[in-house]
Each structure stands twice: as C-alpha cells, then as structure tokens.
Design a protein around this ligand. Structure first.
Ligand SMILES: Cc1cc2nc3c(=O)[nH]c(=O)nc-3n(C[C@H](O)[C@H](O)[C@H](O)COP(=O)(O)OP(=O)(O)OC[C@H]3O[C@@H](n4cnc5c(N)ncnc54)[C@H](O)[C@@H]3O)c2cc1C
Length: 383
C-alpha cells in the first residue's frame, strides 16, 4: 500500500504558522556547560512560551488545556522543532507519561486538576517506579501504601528518580497488599512532593550533574483522591505509563535523533572534517538510521490513533534511539579528537557521557529486546 506523505492544505497552513513562530521564538542559546538550575529555568520558560502559543499538549483534550488537534499536527510540530533546532520543554516526564496516563485512567476531576499546570510547566512531574531491589523486575517493589481509611500512609524508598528535586507530583507505584502474583495488590498514587515525610537526595551521574535522585518516604499521607485507576490495580496503570515512556516519549526521541545528526554534520563542517569520506559515511549512516527511526515513530502513532495507547512495538523506538544516540555521540567525540574531552567540548562531552545511561533508563536494551521477541514477534518466553 502506498503511503501518502503529502500535507493537506490545513496541515500546510499549520506547518507554516509553526515554522514562523519557531523562527521568531526558539531559543538560540545552546545549553553547553550551564549549571542545572539555569538549565531548568531556561527549559521551564521555554515550555511556558510554547504553551502560551498553543504548542504543548497538541493532541490533548481542549477542556483540560490541550489543543484537541490531530496526531498529524503533532508530527508536523515535531518536524518543525527539528528544522529550528529547538530545545525540548522541561516537563518531559509529565508530557510523555504523566499527562497521557491521567488522560487514560484519571477521573474528570483529576484531569481538571493535573493537566493544565503540567502543560504550562507550572508543575513538573517525576516517575517513582524503580527501587534498590526493583528495576527491570518492577513487580519486586517494596514501598508500602497502607490503607488508613480516607488516605494511605506511604513508607519506603525509590531510586533514580529523574527531576524529583524540582517535581511537584510523583507517579508512585506502591504495594498495598501482598498477593501470590506480585503484580496484584499494587496501587498507583499521585504524590505531592511537598508532603511532609518526603526526603529527596540527589545522585551525581557520570556527567557530574545530579539529574536524578533517591526519594525516601516516611509516613507520608496521600489522600485517596490521588489514586490513579483502581486501588490494588496499579499494575495496569503502570503498564500504560511504560508504554507511553517507550512509545510517546520514543517519538519525541526520534525527533531528537534528527536534531543530533544535523548538529553532528554542522560540527564536522565547523572542524574542517566535512570532506573526510570516513566521517561523511558515518554521519550519512546515522542520518539514515535517524530517518528510519522517525518512520517507525509514525507506526507508533498509528497504534495510538487506533487504541489511544502505544503498543509494545513502541519499544523499538526506545531501543533503536538509545543505541543510535550512543553511536552518534561517539562519532562526535571522534570528529573532535582528544580536544572533545576537555573543556565542554562544545557540549558534546556532556552528551557523550549522558548517552551511556540511554540503554539503561526506561528499560534496558536487554529487557526491551525480550519484550520485542515475546510480545511483538511471538517468540517463546525467556523465563
Ligand atoms: C538516567 C536514568 C534515569 C532514570 N530515571 C528513572 C525515573 O525517573 N524513574 C524511575 O522509576 N526509574 C528511573 N530509572 C531507573 C531505570 O528504570 C532502571 O535503572 C532500569 O529499569 C534498570 O533497572 P536496574 O537499574 O535495577 O537494573 P537491573 O534490573 O538490576 O538490571 C541489571 C542488568 O541485568 C539485566 N537484566 C535484568 N533482567 C533481565 C532479563 N529478564 N533478561 C535479560 N537481562 C536482564 C539488565 O539488562 C541489566 O543489564 C532511571 C535510570 C537511569 C539510568
């Protein structure tokens, strides 16, 4: 079947409008070697401007602050972000997972409460799933949510929680009851990070930044109005979250890969390596893979259009992007030679180091390959 990539007249009009807006508004400053707080402030301000112009939550319902537009419009917007080399908004976890999971499982009151400030970057979100003894095997988690009538009392520890140090809301997966199947009896709570009893301790990464944290919960009161989905039925809500993490967020990453490859080509030209056939071949190969990734992203969009939730094939996006991103940042270091490793290396040193975590966060490559083998290709289960 032929695929029609031509835009309709309305889509062309939207594209032109977005293009003009991004040309006038996209921040020119690259993040380079700025400190964490400056980075967060800049990205928060940038999301606010995008939101005010109507470009955040493009496909989300209008009554909750979104734009109610089509997925095609979202793709057009993503493509224009690539052309403009525009940075991502701050609330990546909220936009990629928090909002979609509230839209899928939340009550109308919850949608009204949580979605608008998430879109405007007034409230940042984080994801409290992983624990010291529960990563790939999430169902091994031990943080407890004890039923106390109108509220839960939460005790336990989470780890690797990105943005917890600036977040207002945490998507917390906790154990309410012990059941034979460890996936049963879990409850998904939206926890106010300003609640008494929460302690956030930053963890420094290989980059030198502390982008993620440990969170300790000691007798933290969480009202039952903050349960997402059914009490004891948290596993299903968590799976929706992960499908979005790898699918919706994966689509944003597919966009980012094209920005990275075009920045890489600029770097090679700037350093006088643009005529080197080996460098050209490498960058061309990255470019082909980035484009293939984006086309796979369109498949994920088709799944979302049909069911409202990305399918397990969204794991392809995360898997391909993480490994491609590592290769691209390695090429960037090769192109710059040893000088890339000193100073800020035009920002590439940071990206190179940060990319090491890509094949661990949001599901390791091994785990994603298992998911693709078993749930997409229907191969026998590994265990
Ligand atoms: C930068 C970064 C940000 C993160 N942000 C968050 C966040 O915001 N919120 C959050 O909840 N978590 C976050 N995480 C945690 C992340 O989800 C986990 O690190 C990840 O799921 C792996 O879990 P683990 O670290 O416990 O490793 P383990 O699960 O202990 O895995 C160790 C090794 O064993 C392999 N392995 C495990 N099981 C299998 C299997 N069945 N088959 C084959 N190989 C297997 C893994 O691939 C890996 O190589 C983040 C991690 C990073 C690096």
């Amino acid at each position: 079947m032929d695929v029609d990539f031509e835009l309709s007249p309305q889509e062309t009009e939207f594209r032109d409008e977005v293009r003009a807006w991004l040309k006038a508004n996209a921040p020119k400053d690259q993040d380079g070697d700025v400190d964490m707080q400056t980075f967060i402030d800049r990205r928060r301000g940038w999301q606010r401007r995008m939101f005010e112009a109507g470009y955040v939550g493009i496909t989300w319902p209008k009554e909750f602050g979104g734009q109610g537009r089509s997925f095609m419009d979202q793709l057009i917007f993503n493509d224009e972000m690539i052309l403009a080399h525009a940075p991502e908004p701050i609330n990546v976890i909220g936009l990629g997972m928090g909002g979609p999971v509230v839209i899928a499982h939340g009550t109308d009151e919850q949608k009204e409460r949580y979605l608008p400030p998430l879109l405007s970057a007034e409230e940042i979100w984080c994801q409290g799933f992983s624990e010291p003894n529960a990563g790939s095997d999430l169902s091994g988690l031990q943080t407890r949510a004890e039923d106390r009538g109108d509220h839960y009392l939460v005790n336990g520890q989470k780890v690797w929680t990105t943005l917890a140090h600036v977040a207002k809301w945490c998507m917390l997966l906790a154990r309410e009851r012990k059941e034979t199947n460890p996936r049963d009896g879990l409850t998904y709570l939206l926890v106010d990070m300003e609640s008494p009893g929460i302690e956030v301790r930053p963890l420094v990464q290989i980059t030198g930044d502390a982008e993620f944290n440990e969170i300790f919960f000691k007798d933290v009161k969480v009202p039952k109005s903050q349960i997402l989905g059914q009490a004891g039925g948290g596993w299903a809500v968590a799976m929706t979250t992960l499908l979005h993490e790898r699918g919706t967020l994966g689509l944003a990453l597919a966009t980012r890969a094209q920005i990275t490859v075009s920045n890489l080509a600029d770097r090679a030209r700037k350093l006088g390596r643009g005529d080197d056939p080996l460098v050209r071949q490498k960058i061309a190969q990255h470019s082909i893979e980035a484009r293939a990734l984006q086309l796979n992203g369109y498949r994920a969009v088709t799944a979302v259009k049909r069911t409202g939730i990305p399918g397990p094939e969204g794991s392809i996006l995360k898997l391909m992007w993480s490994e491609l991103n590592q290769r691209m940042t390695e090429t960037a270091m090769e192109v710059g030679g040893p000088a890339s490793q000193v100073g800020d290396g035009d920002g590439w040193k940071y990206q190179f180091l940060r990319a090491r975590a890509n094949t661990i966060e949001a599901g390791t490559s091994e785990v994603l390959r298992n998911i693709l083998a078993e749930r997409v290709l229907g191969l026998p289960r590994s265990r």
